[in-house]
Design a protein around this ligand. Structure first.
Ligand code: ADP
Length: 487
């Protein structure tokens, strides 16, 4: 139910929530008319269905005429049946008796119909001047029942009672069966609150205070959690930096082989200069100055070649990682959390099938992470253009046989990407082989040498439907009293 407050159009009452049942003790016919015209005008304009139940001193005709004067564009509300004016005796005394269940179920049906026609709720007013003494008790029972059941309904009900004919007993009865009462006496409004309403207001004030306190606490909590996120993203950046660093080092170590050609250049120059120097010495008389110059160039180039080799060796040495016991499943989970942003960005669905209780392998945790990270990133890249099927990646790890027939751990990264021709599978592992615009073509070749450095193997196979699966087999090693290294 909507909790928005409804304007009652009655000055001392102001806005009230749906579910309000109150009464008006009126002194004169004009008072009554003025109050109800304002009550219904506001209701019609707020998109509510209105039911005005009339009895003496007003007639239906007088009410329609008064409405026509007071509500601009009344014709529209009449045409779309937003308002009805009903006779009190038809509503309350159908069948000659006051049957509270029948009256209340009629209101419920009216409410249901109004809601299904798109109204926000219904606004009702009924006058009671027709009531005879013998009907009083039955009617009070109806008012009590209505008061009890209206609280959670989108209904606003205003009952009107003539002040002049109300004795003290009636007054107390009416005040007790409504949430509150208003009266206009000698032109001045008075509001009579029942103890229940006073209590309810105090309760609302307490709940409001509670709510404010909870909002305050939640805001503080959230502020502290927005702090946690910052720390997490700093940690992630740190981890990414560490991986990038290792990638660079490993790439350089891998490039050592290709650095040989850098050494070949000075070697060729050495050969040329040494040959030239020999020629100068064979001259008669020997051209000693030229030969000396040539030999100096030989020394310079030899130094350069030595420097290149020393530099490469130093880099290789730096990139060498220490070995520790690595829990492969945990290591894969760490990588997955690192690549999470990429996975989400490319709408890839990653499924994990990581066997429980796998023994750790003795290895270089960071390099193994780098290898798996590259396989996952390659898989994501391979699915970038795929739109006709789900971008599904399956990462599994299980116990298998190692290369030497001993126990091993087999990791598989399966994608549903563009795949590769059977003849090209081995090419993917060649250094500098890449089909990517900004690729290096070193990832798989480095990955294979990491696998081999662990006494294992890295290879690719074509899936029966789409894409490739990369397999990494690492042998288990006997536990040397080490425990898996922490992250
Ligand atoms: P890079 O990613 O820098 O190109 P890699 O060694 O990681 O270097 O990969 C080499 C090449 O192998 C890629 O450019 C790509 O053509 C191919 N490749 C790698 N992984 C996959 C895969 N999962 N599916 C299809 N092709 C792949």
């Amino acid at each position: 139910m909507t909790t928005a407050l409804r304007n009652t159009g009655i000055e001392p009452v102001g806005e009230m929530p749906w579910g309000t049942h109150f009464c008006h003790f009126y002194e004169t016919k004009d008072d009554l008319l003025e109050t109800l015209l304002s009550f219904f005008k506001v209701g019609l304009e707020a998109g509510e269905f209105c039911a005005w139940v009339v009895s003496e001193p007003l007639t239906e005709e007088e009410v329609w005429q008064a409405l026509d004067r007071a509500v601009p564009g009344l014709g529209r509300y009449v045409a779309d049946q937003s308002i009805e004016v009903l006779k009190a005796r038809d509503v309350y005394l159908a069948g000659g008796e006051i049957n509270l269940h029948r009256i209340i179920s009629n209101w419920s049906a009216k409410l249901e119909r109004a809601l299904s026609r798109g109204y926000q709720g219904i606004r009702v007013s009924g006058n009671t001047a027709w009531l005879e003494q013998k009907q009083w008790r039955d009617f009070m029972e109806y008012e009590t029942e209505l008061n009890r059941g209206i609280g959670d309904q989108p209904m606003l009900v205003l009952c009107t009672y003539p002040l002049t004919t109300c004795g003290a007993t009636e007054f107390l009865d009416v005040a007790g069966t409504h949430q509150f009462a208003v009266a206009k006496r000698r032109g001045r409004w008075e509001v009579v609150e029942t103890p229940q309403l006073t209590q309810a207001k105090a309760e609302i004030a307490r709940l409001n205070q509670d709510l404010e306190q909870r909002v305050l606490e939640r805001t503080t909590e959230l502020e502290a959690a927005i702090g946690d996120q910052k720390r997490a993203s700093e940690a992630l950046q740190e981890a990414q930096k560490a991986l990038a660093h290792v990638t660079r080092l490993t790439t350089i170590s891998e490039l050592t082989a290709s650095l040989a050609h850098e050494v070949n250049q000075p070697l060729a120059a050495i050969e040329a200069n040494a040959t030239a120097s020999l020629c100068w010495l064979d001259h008669t008389p020997p051209a000693l100055d030229e030969a000396r110059q040539g030999m100096q160039l030989v020394i310079r180039d030899a130094q350069r070649a030595g420097d290149v080799i020393a530099h490469a060796r130093a880099l290789v040495k730096k990139s060498g990682g220490e070995k520790s016991l690595v829990g492969v499943d945990q290591m894969i989970r760490e990588v997955l959390s690192l690549v999470q942003p990429e996975v989400q960005k490319h709408a890839v669905v990653v499924e994990e099938a990581l066997a429980d209780g796998l023994p750790p392998v003795l290895g270089d945790r960071v390099r193994l992470q780098q290898l798996v990270l590259n396989l996952i990133m390659n898989g994501i890249d391979a699915m970038a253009e795929v739109t006709s099927r789900p971008r599904r990646m399956l990462i599994s790890c299980e116990r298998d046989q190692g290369e030497d027939g001993g126990p091993g751990i087999l990791v598989a990264v399966r994608d549903a990407g563009v795949g590769a021709a059977a003849d090209d599978l081995e090419k993917l592992f060649d250094p500098f082989f890449t089909t990517k615009r900004d690729g290096l073509g070193m990832g798989l070749s480095i990955g294979r040498s990491i696998a081999e450095a662990h006494g294992g193997r890295l290879w690719a196979s074509r899936n029966a439907d789409h894409g490739l699966t990369f397999h990494l087999l690492v042998p288990e090693t006997s536990n040397h009293g080490l425990t898996p290294s922490p992250q």
